[in-house]
Write a protein that binds this ligand. Structure first.
Ligand code: ZN
Length: 508
C-alpha cells in the first residue's frame, strides 16, 4: 500500500494537523476564538490541496513483480501491482500490444487502466527469454558397468532444450580417468542462450567374462554297449583367474549297459561368479562293425583298391557301379561332402566298402599347421560320417601321404603325427602301387599299366587312385585292372582295422 500517492496524502494530513495545532496554540495564547484571516486562508488552501490531490491522483504502478517471461513455458506477462485511491486495481489493468510467447525477444507494450480521473497508460518493454538449461539424458543410466573384455562403447545420450529442441549433436564428451577400474564420461552442452548443462556417467570396469571350458576328447562320443566309458574330463581357463580346470564340477553318468544318449555337464565359475557350462553327448549304441579280413591271402597277393579325394557326383557312382558288377570291395578315403555326397557315402557303406578318413579339408597349410589342427581335421569328418551312416571310421590316410614334403613349413610334424594318429586309436595307410592318376598319367592305358606293373603277389598291394570329379580315366581303367587281378589269382579286399598297415617313412 505504501506508494508515493499515499505518502503525499500522509504528508498533507500531517501538515494539516500541525497547522491545526499551531492554530490552537495561537488561539490559546491570544484567548480569542476568532479565526484570524491568515488561518482561514491556510485551512482553505490545505483543504483544496487535499481535494486536488484526490482528483489529480494518477495510478501508481509497481513493476517489480512483472519480471521477464520464460519462453515456451506457458507463462504470460503479469500486470504491475497498481494502486489508486488506496485500492489495488490490478484487475482493471489491460495489456495493449503483441507478444509472441514462443519467440525470444523484446516486445513494446502498454499497460492501460481506466480511472475516475481518466485513462492512464504506461509503456513497457516485455522480455521473453530462455533461462532454462538443456536437459541431458543418458541411456542405460548414470552408473554403467563396462566389461574389461571390450572397448567402451558409448551407450547413447540426448540433449533436449525447451527452446532449441534436440541439440544432441552439440554435446561434448570428455573422458576422465579415475583409477584402473573406474572412469567418468562428462557430457556438456549449451543452448543458444548460453545456458549450460553437464552430466557425468560413472563407468566401472567389471569382469563379466566366464571361463572357457575345453573338452578333452570329442564332444559327441559313440561308445559300444558294455564297453567302459572313460571320462576324459575338460580344462577351464579364465582370462583373469587363469587355470580353473581343478574347479570344474562334472555332472552326469553313462551306463553303457543301456543303449541311449547320455549328457555329461561340465560347470565352472570364476572368482566373480561368472559361470561357464559345456556338455558332452555320449551315445551308447551298437556300431556297424568293420569286417576283419586277412591282408595277405596266404601269399597269393591281395589288392586293396583305394580311391582318394571323393566323393564326386559323377565319378564315384560309376566306380561303385563297376565294383558292384565285379563284386569287389574297395576303400574310399573321403573328404568333406555335401548332401549329394552324403548319399554316396551311405551307398559306399551299404555296399560293404570301407569309408576311410582323408580329412575334412585337404588344405596342407591349414591341416599341417599343428597337431591339434590335424586331429580336428580327422575327428570332425569322423563325426560327420558317423552321423550320416552310423559307421565309426578309424582308418585314415594323410593328405599327400605320410611321406609328404608339403608339410615342411612345420618341421617334424609328420613324424609326430604318425605316432599321434596311432596313439589316438586310428590306423593310417599309405600305398605301394601308384596309378599316377592325380599327376603324370594322361590316359587310362597308362593308368592301367602303372597299376599292373606295380602289383606283387608276395604282399598286400595298396593301390592309390582317385575319384575326384575330373578323373574319367579311372572309370575306363578300373574294369581292366579288376579283370587283370582276378585272372592272375589276386584277391580283392577293402582295408579294415585288422589289415596290416602299408606305410611310407616320414620325410618330415
Ligand atoms: Zn588326397
Amino acid at each position: 500500500m505504501l506508494n508515493i500517492n499515499v505518502l503525499i496524502y500522509f504528508v498533507e494530513i500531517v501538515v494539516f494537523i500541525l497547522f491545526f495545532l499551531i492554530y490552537s496554540v495561537v488561539c490559546l495564547l491570544k484567548k480569542k476564538r476568532v479565526i484570524p484571516k491568515v488561518f482561514g486562508i491556510g485551512f482553505l488552501a490545505l483543504f483544496l490541496t487535499l481535494i486536488g490531490t484526490f482528483l489529480l491522483e494518477r495510478p501508481s504502478m509497481d513493476f517489480k513483480n512483472v519480471g521477464v517471461i520464460e519462453v515456451k513455458s506457458g507463462e504470460k506477462l503479469k500486470v504491475p501491482n497498481t494502486f489508486y485511491h488506496f485500492q489495488n486495481i490490478d484487475d482493471k489493468v489491460k495489456i495493449v500490444g503483441y507478444i509472441d510467447y514462443n519467440e525470444i525477444g523484446e516486445y513494446d507494450i502498454v499497460f492501460e487502466v481506466d480511472t475516475f480521473t481518466g485513462k492512464y497508460s504506461k509503456k513497457h518493454v516485455a522480455k521473453v527469454v530462455d533461462t532454462k538449461a538443456p536437459e541431458i539424458s543418458l541411456e542405460q543410466g548414470e552408473e554403467f558397468n563396462q566389461s574389461y573384455s571390450k572397448e567402451y562403447q558409448e551407450p547413447g545420450f540426448k540433449a533436449i532444450d525447451l527452446y532449441d529442441g534436440d541439440i544432441t549433436s552439440n554435446v561434448k564428451t570428455e573422458k576422465q580417468e579415475i583409477d584402473d577400474t573406474h572412469f567418468n564420461i562428462k557430457y556438456t552442452v549449451s543452448d543458444s542462450s548460453g545456458n549450460k548443462s553437464e552430466k557425468i556417467r560413472k563407468v566401472t570396469i567389471v569382469d563379466d567374462v566366464p571361463p572357457e571350458i575345453t573338452l578333452n576328447g570329442i564332444e559327441t562320443m559313440y561308445v559300444s554297449p558294455n564297453t567302459p566309458y572313460e571320462e576324459k574330463g575338460a580344462t577351464a581357463i579364465d582370462e583373469k583367474d587363469g587355470d580353473l580346470s581343478d574347479k570344474i564340477v562334472t555332472e552326469g553318468t553313462v551306463d553303457t549297459s543301456v543303449e541311449g544318449e547320455y549328457v555329461i555337464t561340465y560347470k565352472v565359475s570364476d572368482s566373480k561368479g561368472n559361470e561357464a557350462t559345456k556338455q558332452r553327448k555320449v551315445i551308447v549304441q551298437t556300431l556297424v562293425a568293420i569286417q576283419a579280413q586277412d591282408g595277405t591271402n596266404g601269399g597269393k597277393g591281395v589288392i586293396y583298391l583305394t580311391f582318394d579325394d571323393g566323393p564326386s557326383s559323377n565319378i564315384t557312382p560309376q566306380i561303385l557301379d563297376i565294383l558292384k558288377e565285379k563284386n569287389v570291395k574297395a576303400t574310399f578315403f573321403i573328404l568333406n561332402y555335401n548332401s549329394v555326397g552324403e548319399d554316396l557315402v551311405k551307398r559306399e557303406v551299404a555296399e560293404g566298402h570301407t569309408v576311410g578318413i582323408h580329412g575334412y579339408s585337404h588344405d596342407y597349410k591349414q591341416i599341417y599347421q599343428s597337431e591339434t589342427a590335424y586331429m580336428n581335421n580327422i575327428t570332425s569328418l569322423q563325426q560327420k560320417i558317423l552321423a550320416s551312416t552310423g559307421y565309426n571310421s578309424t582308418i585314415t590316410r594323410f593328405p599327400g601321404g605320410s611321406s609328404n614334403t608339403v608339410s615342411k613349413f612345420n618341421p617334424g610334424i609328420m613324424t609326430r603325427l604318425c605316432k599321434l594318429v596311432l596313439d589316438s586309436g586310428y590306423k593310417y595307410f599309405d600305398w605301394n602301387v601308384s596309378s599316377g592318376d592325380a599327376g603324370g598319367v594322361t590316359d587310362s592305358e597308362q593308368l592301367y599299366q602303372n597299376v599292373i606293373n606295380g602289383l606283387s603277389k608276395s604282399r598286400a598291394n595298396v593301390v592309390l587312385m582317385h575319384d575326384f570329379s575330373s578323373n574319367t580315366k579311372v572309370v575306363e581303367a578300373l574294369p581292366r585292372i579288376i579283370d587283370y587281378g582276378i585272372q592272375n589269382g589276386y584277391t580283392f579286399s577293402n582295408i579294415t582295422m585288422s589289415t596290416p598297415m602299408v606305410t611310407h617313412s616320414p620325410n618330415n
